[in-house]
Design a protein around this ligand. Structure first.
Ligand SMILES: [Zn+2]
Ligand SMILES: [Zn+2]
Length: 315
């Protein structure tokens, strides 16, 4: 059985870490770039467009492929997905997937990586990333990915940020300072908070369709802002689905792109929840749940969703 200690560090120590300072510097650099080069609606349109393209890559790569293996692809496209995901500067795909699988295993319990219910909003949103407790990648959580030397290489400290440096340089060469500030810096900051919001806000605000053992919620506003990831209660109910919008009215841009890639033959075997999983079990209430609801037994569907990961331990 895997054992990892939950984070017990005081908040001030977490927020004084070198990578926390680096992230703060990037925020201020993006802000300074906008202030010095002047406000631009064209720049904002560029940042938003680039943000949506990058969010699809982040969610298809880091989350739906590497963390949940919700579709299959070739080894070459797998590596391209890793490069694309890591251009978002959210560490290596092995690190990302290992911690995300841990989140699903212990959602909203003391052992969760980033539960806003247990450790508060800011820790769940950003603090956990800087904590020593979650610094390293545990290969036992990602044996199906760890066997690829190219992914292990890209996961190393010295190389994790190479894809994002390359993307930043490409924006600078093509679009000059304007391209670097709006296309890369601003979109990167937006991408961080869009991704972080899934860990924080979707466990706090929205409706609960399914009786999962955590406090995950479906939130249509976040689904639009995060290319489908806002259907987070659906996702915790059946994590191995390639689509997180389970019904036609649940907008899921990442899934539409995956369908397109499947038509082109670049990915295949996109998983969807079977009918009995779609049917329930349903949550008793759709808004704020009473305290203690999260202690209910994990639904069989969410167990099955995790259990489909090759080599991923359930206990
Ligand atoms: Zn979650
Ligand atoms: Zn997930």
């Amino acid at each position: 059985m895997l054992r990892r200690k939950p984070d017990a560090q005081p908040a001030w120590r977490i927020y004084l870490k070198a990578n926390a300072i680096l992230l703060t510097v990037v925020h201020f650099t993006a802000l300074a770039g906008v202030l010095l080069s002047g406000w631009s609606w064209t720049g904002l349109a560029l940042a938003v467009t680039v943000y949506y393209v990058r969010m699809v890559v982040v969610t298809a790569g880091y989350h739906r492929y590497f963390s949940h293996r919700s579709f299959r692809t070739s080894r070459v496209f797998q590596f391209l997905l890793a490069l694309g995901a890591q251009s978002a500067a959210q560490k290596g795909v092995l690190w990302w997937a290992s911690h995300h699988r841990w989140h699903h295993k212990y959602s909203d319990t003391e052992r969760d990586v980033h539960s806003p219910k247990v450790r508060g909003f800011w820790y769940a949103h950003i603090g956990w990333i800087f904590s020593d407790a979650w610094n390293t990648t545990d290969p036992r959580l990602v044996p199906d990915l760890y066997k690829y030397p190219e992914l292990r290489w890209l996961d190393q400290d010295g190389y994790q940020l190479l894809p994002s440096f390359a993307l930043g340089l490409a924006f600078l060469l093509v679009g000059g300072t304007f391209g670097l500030v709006w296309g890369f810096m601003v979109s990167t900051v937006m991408l961080w908070h869009g991704s972080f919001a899934i860990n924080s806000l979707t466990h706090l605000f929205g409706k609960r369709r399914y009786a999962t053992s955590d406090d995950s919620r479906n939130n249509w506003v976040l689904a639009i802002l995060t290319t489908g990831e806002g259907w987070h209660n659906n996702h915790h109910h059946y994590p191995s689905s390639a689509g997180q919008g389970f019904f036609w009215w649940e907008i899921d841009l990442t899934y539409y792109v995956l369908r397109l890639l499947a038509m082109l033959g670049l990915v295949w075997d996109l998983r969807r929840p079977p009918d009995d999983v779609l049917a329930g079990p349903l949550a008793r209430r759709t808004r704020a749940e009473p305290a203690g609801f999260a202690s209910a037994a994990r639904s069989e569907a969410s167990r099955e969703g995790l259990g489909t990961l090759p080599g991923f331990p359930l206990h």
